[in-house]
Design a protein around this ligand. Sequence first.
Ligand SMILES: *[C@@H]1O[C@H](CO)[C@@H](O)[C@H](O)[C@H]1NC(C)=O
Ligand SMILES: *[C@@H]1O[C@H](CO)[C@@H](O)[C@H](O)[C@H]1NC(C)=O
Ligand SMILES: *[C@@H]1O[C@H](CO)[C@@H](O)[C@H](O)[C@H]1NC(C)=O
Ligand SMILES: *[C@@H]1O[C@H](CO)[C@@H](O)[C@H](O)[C@H]1NC(C)=O
Ligand SMILES: CC(=O)N[C@H]1CO[C@H](CO)[C@@H](O)[C@@H]1O
Length: 251
Amino acid sequence: MKFASTSVLFTACLSSYTFAQGPSFASIATSLAANTVIPDVLPAGFVPEVVLNMSYVGRPMEYGTEYFPYINETDFLPVVSYANDPEGWYTLALVDPDAPSRANPIRAQVRHYLSVNIKGGDILTGNNTSTPYLAPRPFPGCGRKRFVWVLAKQRGFDESLTVPLARPNFNIANYASTNNMTIIGANYFEVEASPADECVIPGGAVSSSAAPATTWSSAPYASASSSAAPTAYPTSTSTRKPKCKPATILV
Ligand SMILES: *[C@@H]1O[C@H](CO)[C@@H](O)[C@H](O)[C@H]1NC(C)=O
Ligand SMILES: *[C@@H]1O[C@H](CO)[C@@H](O)[C@H](O)[C@H]1NC(C)=O
Ligand SMILES: *[C@@H]1O[C@H](CO)[C@@H](O)[C@H](O)[C@H]1NC(C)=O
Ligand SMILES: *[C@@H]1O[C@H](CO)[C@@H](O)[C@H](O)[C@H]1NC(C)=O
Ligand SMILES: CC(=O)N[C@H]1CO[C@H](CO)[C@@H](O)[C@@H]1O
């Protein structure tokens, strides 16, 4: 048993580093499943059709790459590219399935970005009116969490695409299927919240124990980007945690 779990961990670590030359679609699916992005966000059996190539601050996103929101690494949209039909229409979304924490994701998914009617590969042509980019701001004490980018292919231009105003309690897979889109690509990154004794949510009474989602409004997220950065947050790359997750997450 000890040997088996060690080799699972080893495989997971290795897979993070073998994508530089371009991952196969099957290996992307394996990587998404290893950290349960499949099925937490994407349906079981999902296999991408395109590589969703992204980078923040010049660092490629390789299915779990860690970035540091409090030193501005995720403040702006990443650079995005993907193989596309120049005459096709696409939707690109960023969702947080671990809101407010991975241990207690009662607000999941929080929609951090949604741009529809993107023509071909130029994401600046899309309509993000309903959900402009909201930078990740993990709450202190709420641990490590994932942020998942999802690319869907639309059947065509669709001016009827709408979403509820509230960012929480979204579901990108349902949104795609309801609107006749096919999810074709995904990537994700992780952030680590600054340390604190409890996972306390500004504007809400939520801690590590469960609380009803209905007691919460979108206000904390709307103001989250202006909240002060905790001083305890690591400010240099030398304090980064290793990319490899404990084996317990994988089993
Ligand atoms: C991914 O994007 C980077 C720039 O951000 C580019 O250098 C690289 O060639 C792209 N890779 C693929 C496979 O598109
Ligand atoms: C989002 O919308 C704003 C304002 O409408 C626009 O300036 C920006 O280019 C859009 N960005 C993306 C990536 O869609
Ligand atoms: C963008 O979407 C909004 C609804 O979210 C809509 O009211 C608006 O007309 C759209 N703009 C364009 C240029 O399609
Ligand atoms: C999805 O496609 C089906 C079949 O083409 C159509 O009947 C339905 O109206 C479409 N739904 C939306 C939301 O576009
Ligand atoms: C532009 C911007 O958001 N700058 C922020 C970068 O991060 C520091 C904290 O490390 C903030 O104080 C800045 O506001």
